[in-house]
Design a protein around this ligand. Structure first.
Ligand code: TYD
Length: 215
């Protein structure tokens, strides 16, 4: 059996990451892999209920961070760990880097407390902390993302934030990327869609997960 793979997709709202997840799924499926597409907050019935609350109801930053991690714990236990144990490729639209970027850098919540929650929630039986094998970070200037979001649907609590909030979130992603450069791949999202897709394909080809990588 092949070993499981955990790949996460990150970026500020409007960066366009969701568009590329399906293509990555297709590439793995063409190579015979079973793919599990999922998202955070969410991915289980309980975590999807928490998502509704956290995206829409007013709350303080600690409550927000705790709900993100509560949803994550359920998602890890019910979906992510079983899928990885079965050798599947788990493609997750956002994970803990989003909590550091949004709750930490965006809202200004204590990064050390977030690190503690990360260690608890993602603890593995062998005392290591579960982390993605690769994180594709779609990096787009906050000003460009703002113009993209302006034409989008009714904004949720995060999408409604001002540009300066997303500048802090971007800086948060940059800090996480610098601290975990072995798993982070920065994708320049400020280019035409096909060029962004090329960068995503190149990021996958650079690993040995897709032989020949004709994604
Ligand atoms: P998003 O992927 O943007 O969903 P959609 O494309 O359907 O709008 O994620 C929802 C929001 O949740 C996004 O604004 C970022 C926020 N978020 C956090 O603030 N912290 C987290 O830990 C996660 C996972 C998401």
């Amino acid at each position: 059996m092949q070993s499981g793979l955990f790949i996460t997709f990150e970026g500020i709202d409007g960066a366009g990451k969701s568009t590329h997840i399906g293509a990555v799924a297709d590439a793995f499926r063409r190579h015979g892999r079973t793919v599990r597409l999922t998202r955070e907050p969410g991915g289980t019935p309980l975590a999807e209920k928490l998502r509704e609350l956290v995206l829409n109801d007013p709350m303080d930053p600690l409550t927000e961070a705790l709900l993100m991690f509560a949803a994550r714990r359920d998602h890890l236990q019910q979906v992510i760990e079983p899928a990885l144990a079965a050798g599947e490729v788990v493609l997750c639209d956002r994970f803990t880097d989003a909590t550091f970027a949004y709750q930490g850098h965006g809202r200004g919540f204590d990064l050390q407390v977030l690190s503690l929650l990360e260690a608890w929630v993602q603890a593995m039986p062998d005392d290591t902390v579960r982390q993605p094998d690769m994180t594709l970070w779609f990096d787009l200037p906050a000003a460009v993302a703002a113009t993209r979001l302006a034409s989008a649907r009714v904004p949720d609590r995060f999408e409604a934030q001002p540009q300066v909030f997303f500048e802090r979130v971007s800086a948060g992603y940059a800090a996480r990327a610098a601290a975990a450069h072995h798993r982070f791949v920065r994708i320049d999202a400020h280019q035409p869609l096909e060029r962004v897709a090329d960068e995503v394909r190149a990021a996958l080809a650079a690993r040995t997960w897709l032989p020949g990588a004709g994604a």
